[in-house]
Write a protein that binds this ligand. Structure first.
Ligand code: SPD
Length: 285
């Protein structure tokens, strides 16, 4: 069989040869597909956008979780917004300091599909430290979230159900839901294909958080393969303090992407990305 699937992102297509469709459903929020691919193993798509694959999921999940977890001196309470596949939660519970993780995911059908089709990603969703709330992350953040050491925004792209997770009101509520030394990390798309998103959200972060930095990583199944996250902090800089050395070593030895050197390198930005961060939304660079 010669079946191909293309994700279209801003007039650029990323195409994968697939073996078969394993699951397809229309939830109350989005279309959910799980396909088996020739090169990337199983792949989860929401509204035809790649969310995760067996083969490269470790890059995204290690980077979104361990960078802030290892900067914070003692992260006990962590909130994940989105991330219904469970990959971010899986990485967070590897840290012994963690007492409670709340996952607020709008679409219960995504969680259930991932438990069936991606057990190695979703496996920690049943960890006793983890509470899965099937809830709108925007409403949860505004009305219920409080006293978190770390908030991770593991969103879809800023269209459809993910749109409200890219607004200043939402980030203001995240700031309020954090402890006085809390951190927030958010996925912030590709600098090649989503420059407008980056130009919109980083000024918001800078208006709200005293310390903001971008870091990057390589995710071959996301459009352009070059991905970014925002590190937003009330107090701590992004550098790893020496006092955290033992914690860093314990985590990095079991990682396939993250390590101490890479933590530092990820914050080194190409000039065109630095220029993006200096340029307000709507202007071209
Ligand atoms: N363009 C894809 C962006 C998706 C980011 N979130 C993925 C969720 C993985 N836990």
């Amino acid at each position: 069989m010669n079946l191909w699937l293309t994700e279209n992102c801003n007039d650029t297509g990323l195409t994968f040869r697939i073996k078969e469709t394993l699951f397809t459903a229309q939830s109350d929020f989005q279309k959910i597909d799980v396909v088996d691919t020739h090169t990337w193993g199983r792949m989860l798509l929401l509204d035809d956008c790649v969310m995760t694959t067996d083969r490269d999921e470790f890059v995204y999940h290690e980077m979104i979780a361990h960078v802030p977890m290892l900067v914070h001196p003692n992260p006990k309470r962590v909130l994940v917004i989105g991330g219904g596949d469970g990959g971010t939660v899986r990485e967070i519970v590897r840290h012994p300091s963690v007492e409670e993780v709340v996952l607020a995911e709008i679409d219960g059908d995504v969680v259930e599909a991932c438990k069936v089709w991606f057990p190695q990603i979703a496996g920690e969703l049943t960890n006793p430290k983890v509470t899965v709330k099937i809830a709108d992350g925007v409403a949860y953040m505004a009305n219920e979230a409080q006293n978190f050491d770390l908030i991770i925004i593991d969103s879809t792209d800023p269209i459809g159900p993910g749109e409200g997770l890219f607004t200043e009101t939402f980030y203001n509520n995240a700031f309020k839901a954090l402890n006085p030394d809390g951190l927030m990390v958010a996925q912030t798309e590709s600098p090649f294909l989503n420059a407008n998103v980056i130009q919109k959200v980083y000024p918001m972060y800078q208006r709200i958080f005293p310390k903001v930095a971008m870091y990057t990583g390589h995710i071959p199944t996301y459009p352009s393969g070059f991905w970014t996250w925002a590190f937003c902090s009330k107090q701590y800089d992004w550098q790893l303090p020496e006092a955290h050395d033992a914690r860093v070593e314990a985590i990095e030895k079991n990682c396939r992407y993250y390590n101490r050197t890479l933590h530092n390198a990820a914050f080194a930005l190409p000039n065109f990305v630095k220029d993006l961060l200096k340029t307000p939304a709507g202007a071209s660079v």
